[in-house]
Design a protein. Structure first.
Length: 360
């Protein structure tokens, strides 16, 4: 089959890590007989330098008209880059908010998988880490507290701040459907996470999640209060498959889930909208401190390409092949600097890409 992919290398280590992911997509194309036509566009600081804005309409149109978008990272050294002298809406990161909004991406997927070989990097107690875990945090991205009306006013002589948390049933239903669909491609278990003992928005969340669950009898569905979920991620992470939750809870829980893996350079992410188009990017930033040195870990971006194959192109077998190739390389003892440990073989960013390419 033939697919059109928009590539956004971005800033810092972005171009290096995206190059390795493209290499891996080439291997997949070769093995399974697909062609991935790619078009590269600028976004972030490099776009500011060329066009004066972090994202041009042309770049946005290219992304909107493709099957999927693969992004490296944007942004520079916040302390001394001239990009950060610009007003907030003209800075590199403004492009991220704009592209997510324009592409209508309301679901953020962040898998947190503990690789057996990297379990030593996890901050979890050894007996917990040894059991392993593989969860997917499905976070609502465009509603809730972060997008509600907010203001600060003086009430009875005291400064008083108000933030509002609103969800309607359609917003909940569409992300719940994404979660159950994702669960069908995984271990068929969705945990709806809310604060239904206190919040009205959470009671509606839970009600709609249960309605959607009725359409997926093959998927186990349970509920958990967010405070308990935060605790369970630390003491029993193996319980979870898909964690379905609203914007702010998801913001916090996805970082916690990332932290317990202990390896930032390994974590992919996907943002999906109503159709198949999605934006795929590593969970880390542009790492300006190591940019251009060919030492970055490309695995988070390579695994983001695997998510792209699975969720935008429906190529499940191909996605699995990429994930298995990553596991194999780790098992054989190859490591980039950020995940290096005693007795392992240290490799560069491009060597890691080559090793994964060869194993597909
Ligand atoms: P960062 O994730 O870029 O880096 C944090 C630390 O982790 C650094 O020491 C870095 O060298 C290391 N690191 C990150 N990714 C790595 C990889 N693949 N391999 C090896 N080491 C890696 O976070 P930061 O330093 O807070 O931010 C740097 C820039 O990235 C900022 O401009 C920030 O705004 C931007 N940022 C962009 C995104 C995005 O594009 N989605 C996300 C987060 C931060």
């Amino acid at each position: 089959m033939e697919f059109n992919i928009t590539l956004i290398p971005g800033d810092g280590i972005g171009p290096e890590i995206v190059r390795e992911a493209v290499k891996v997509l080439k291997a997949v194309g070769k093995k399974y007989g697909h062609s991935f036509n790619s078009k590269e566009v600028d976004m972030g600081g490099c776009s500011i330098d060329k066009y004066g804005v972090p994202l041009t309409e042309e770049a946005l149109n290219t992304a909107a008209n493709s099957d999927a978008v693969l992004l490296g990272a944007v942004g520079g050294n916040v302390g001394n880059s001239p990009w950060y002298q610009l007003p907030p809406d003209k800075r590199p990161e403004a492009a991220l908010l704009r592209i997510r909004k324009e592409l209508g991406l309301f679901a953020n997927l962040r898998p947190a998988l503990l690789y057996e070989e990297l379990a030593g990097a996890s901050p979890l107690r050894k007996d917990i880490a040894d059991k392993g875990f593989d969860m997917l945090i499905m976070r609502e991205l465009t509603g809730g507290l972060y997008f509600g009306k907010r203001y600060t006013e003086e009430v009875n002589g005291k400064l008083t701040a108000v933030d509002t948390l609103t969800y309607n049933e359609d917003e909940i239903r569409r992300i719940a459907i994404k979660a159950f669909e994702a669960a069908r491609k995984r271990k068929k278990h969705v945990t709806g996470v809310d604060k239904a003992n206190v919040l009205d928005s959470s009671r509606l969340w839970r009600k709609v999640v249960h309605e959607v669950a009725a359409d997926y009898p093959d998927v186990v569905c349970d509920d958990m209060l967010v405070d308990n979920c935060a605790m369970q991620i630390a003491v029993n992470p193996g319980f979870f498959d898909v964690v379905l939750t609203e914007n702010m809870f998801g913001d916090i829980l996805s970082d916690e889930a990332a932290a317990v893996t202990g390896s930032l350079g390994m974590l992919p992410s996907a943002s999906l909208g109503e159709g198949k188009l999605g934006l795929y990017e590593p969970s880390h930033g542009s790492a300006p401190d190591i940019a251009g040195k060919n030492v970055a870990n490309p695995i988070a971006t390579i695994l983001s390409a695997a998510l792209l194959l699975r969720y935008s192109l429906d190529l499940d077998e191909e996605a699995k092949a990429v994930e298995e190739a990553v596991k194999k390389v780790l098992k054989e003892g190859f490591r980039t600097g950020d995940i290096m440990s005693e007795g392992m073989k240290k490799v560069s960013c491009s060597e890691m890409g080559d090793l994964i390419y060869e194993r597909i």
